[in-house]
Design a protein around this ligand. Structure first.
Ligand code: OSB
Ligand code: MG
Length: 368
C-alpha cells in the first residue's frame, strides 16, 4: 500500500491567557496539522513550527515550504508508509526538523490505527498515566505570577515551571518560594543569558529548583558545561538538543544533567527514541517538553512520554490550560492530582473535530 493523499492545514488558535517568554508575548498560536490517508485510514500529525523564528530557526512558512516542496513529494515518489522508512529517507534533507516531524507523527498515528493499537503500546511505553506540569509565562507583576501559580496548584498540578529572563529571575523565584516553599519548581530562560551572567545564574541555587532550563543560547554547549560545573542546580537543555549527536556532545561535555525532549525539535519519534535510549544508558533522565500544541500534538506527546526514561514531570497540561476550544473531543483533562491518563484508543486515541479545525484554518492544501 501507499499514501494516497496528504492534507496540510495552517491554523491559528487564541490562547486562554497570553504566554510570555524571554522571546516576547503572544496571544495565539499558528501551527499546522498534517493528515496522511491510506486505504480509508487517516493519520494525524502536528507541526510545531511557530510564526516567528525565535525558539527555532523554522517558521510556519518555512515548514510549509519544506513539507510541500520536498517531504510530501518524497513520500509519494518513494511510496513511503512506514515511519522508520520515511525518517531514513527524509534525513537526506538537512535541518527542518519540525517539518519532518509533522509528517512522521502522522505516519505513526496511521501505523498504530492500522494495527488497532494505541501509540504507547506500539512504542513499548511502561505507564498509563504521565506526570503533568505547567509552564507559566512571565506575568505583568510578581503578585500576578504567584496568583496564577496558585490557580494551577488548585487544579492539581504538582510541578510548576516559570519562565525567567534578566530582571525577572531571582525575584520571581523568591516570590514563588515565599508563598510556596515546598512545591516542585523549575525555571526556563530560553537562552536569555550569557557568560557575563554567571553570578546571576549561580544565585538561583538558593531557590531549590528542580532544574534550570536553557540559560544560554542553543549552540553554547561549552558554556553550559562551564556553568554546570559551578552550580548545584541541574541544568536541563531544550533548544540545544537538536539530534542524537547534539545530545551525545552535551552529555560527554557535561553541559546538562537533564534533557528536555521535544519530538518536533529533534525531527520525529525515531530521533526521540535514539536520544531517549542514549540518555537512559548514561543515567540521564529526560522529560517531554511542549510547544503549546493543540490536542493532536499533545496526544502524541502523551504517548511518547510513557517511555521508561521520561522520569521528570512533563510540560503536558490539560487542553483548557492552553485553549478555550481545543480541536479534539473530548478535551485532555487531568485524570488525578497532577497526572494525565494516556488515551487508549487506536493511534493518538483522541478525536479531531473537523468543524473546529476548519473554523481555525487559515489555509488548506491537498496533495495526491
Ligand atoms: O521553552 O519549553 C519551552 C512553548 C513554546 C516554545 C518554547 C517553550 C514553550 C513552553 C510551553 O514552555 C510548554 C507547554 O507546551 O506546556
Ligand atoms: Mg524550554
Amino acid at each position: 500500500m501507499a499514501i494516497e493523499r496528504i492534507e496540510i492545514d495552517l491554523l491559528k488558535l487564541p490562547y486562554v491567557h497570553f504566554f510570555e517568554t524571554s522571546f516576547g508575548r503572544s496571544y495565539d498560536r499558528t501551527f499546522s496539522l498534517v493528515k496522511v490517508y491510506e486505504g480509508g485510514v487517516c493519520g494525524w500529525g502536528e507541526c510545531v513550527a511557530e510564526e516567528s523564528p525565535l525558539y527555532s530557526g523554522e517558521t510556519t512558512e518555512t515548514a510549509w515550504h519544506v513539507m510541500k516542496e520536498f517531504l510530501v513529494p518524497l513520500v509519494f515518489r518513494k511510496g513511503l508508509v512506514e515511519p522508520e522508512d520515511y525518517a531514513r529517507e527524509a534525513a537526506v534533507f538537512r535541518g527542518n526538523r519540525m517539518a519532518k516531524a509533522g509528517i512522521e507523527l502522522a505516519l505513526w498515528d496511521l501505523k498504530a490505527k492500522k494495527a488497532g493499537l494505541p501509540l504507547h503500546k506500539l512504542y513499548g511505553g511502561v505507564r498509563t498515566e504521565i506526570a503533568a506540569g505547567v509552564s507559566c509565562g512571565i506575568e505583568n507583576s510578581l503578585p500576578d505570577l504567584v496568583a496564577r501559580i496558585g490557580q494551577y496548584l488548585d487544579q492539581g498540578y504538582k510541578r510548576i515551571k516559570i519562565k525567567i529572563k534578566p530582571g525577572w529571575d531571582a525575584a520571581a523565584c523568591a516570590a514563588v518560594r515565599k508563598k510556596y516553599p515546598d512545591i516542585m519548581l523549575q525555571a526556563d530562560a530560553n537562552g536569555a543569558y550569557g557568560l557575563g551572567d554567571m553570578e546571576t545564574l549561580k544565585a538561583l541555587d538558593a531557590y531549590d529548583l528542580l532544574m534550570i532550563e536553557q540559560p544560554f543560547a542553543p549552540y553554547d554547549l561549552w558554556d553550559h558545561a562551564k556553568l554546570q560545573r559551578e552550580m548545584t542546580t541541574p541544568l536541563c537543555l531544550d533548544e540545544s538538543i537538536l539530534s542524537f549527536d547534539t545530545a551525545r556532545a552535551a552529555l560527554e561535555m557535561g553541559s546538562c544533567r537533564v534533557v528536555n525532549i521535544k519530538v518536533g525539535r529533534v525531527g520525529g519519534i525515531v530521533e526521540t527514541r535514539k536520544i531517549h535510549d542514549y540518555c537512559e544508558s548514561r543515567g540521564v533522565p529526560v522529560w517531554c517538553g511542549g510547544m503549546l500544541e493543540c490536542g493532536i500534538g499533545r496526544a502524541h506527546n502523551l504517548h511518547i512520554a510513557t517511555l521508561p526514561n521520561f522520569k521528570y514531570p512533563n510540560d503536558l497540561s490539560a487542553s483548557r490550560r492552553y485553549y478555550k476550544e481545543d480541536v479534539i473531543d473530548p478535551f485532555i483533562e487531568l485524570s488525578g492530582p497532577g497526572t494525565i491518563r494516556v488515551p487508549d484508543g487506536p493511534g493518538i486515541g483522541v478525536n479531531p473535530v473537523e468543524a473546529r479545525i476548519a473554523l481555525a484554518s487559515l489555509r488548506r492544501e491537498i496533495f495526491k
